[in-house]
Design a protein around this ligand. Sequence first.
Ligand code: GLY
Length: 346
Amino acid sequence: MSQRVSRRNFLRTTFGSALGAAFAPSVAAGTRVVSRSGAAGPIAISSGNGLRATTRAVQLMRDGTDVLVSAVSGVNIIEADPEDMTVGYGGLPNEEGIVELDASVMHGPTHRAGAVAGIREIMHPATVALRVMESTDHVMLVGEGAQRFAVAHGFPRENLLTEKARKVWIRWKESRSDRDDWISPEESGFAPLIEKGGTVHCSALDASGDLGGVTTTSGLAFKIPGRVGDSPIVGAGMFVDNEVGSAGATGRGESVILTAGSASIVAAMRRGLEPLEACLEVLRRIARSTRSKHLLEKPGRPNFNVTFYALRKDGQYGSASMLPGKQFAVSDASGNRLEDCPSLFE
Ligand code: GLY
């Protein structure tokens, strides 16, 4: 039988899912419930930069829009925002000053996914990933091929490097070494502080109990050209199992890849862990398996952040980070808000 799902079938499944919200996962005795939505979907959770994304996603789901289309439409806002220097337009570039974007999507009802990696000059990689899922039999397109595919589907080629991002990149070049001809920011009197990691993830659950997830990013600032992080890798930067839940990640992508972070969280929820406990379990695994000295503050304690987000099919959700100070966004029947992420380390 052909693996291909026709667009008509996809739309029928998408907009007319017969799946109900009757799923009742077993919950391990003694696990903590940190957050519980008042009712199951529509609900969306996101990284701390994604409150506008969850707000839009829930509005769209209430209007009957497909769960994944709603989540992607939500993160499109962040991709187009030049002030968010970790995603889409205005994202910090690679070491050569070129913005390269990564994104992936996964649709629970059809168990299909799409992704693009290292795509240039296209502002909305999450929507391109959705097109890959909808209109090809592939999961991931990279680089020039991804860009050609996007242009063929009507996405405009645009300069994504804002003046602000260009100036931060130039300052980074100036500060790299005292053995080249660049004058350092200290000497020139300007030393910007930037957080090198970012990304936006959104997991969504609709009123029918269907799930969707999307993660989109400009990746690690000043990365080696061609570097691909966790965000476009299905199972790492995001993963959805319509029987269980959706999960996503932001932060140091290499560590998320090495633990298959999002797929591991969904697997932990399948075993019965609460969403928060599932996030913490994978963070502990990252901490235990990080051995490189340059990544450790001291043995067993990483010096980098990773934040996980988990949304279970019954509407329970959680988020946790490696290091303190992070928040995540939630939109549900109780409104739109930011909540604090518990952290593995103080
Ligand atoms: N988590 C985003 C990245 O590492 O590219």
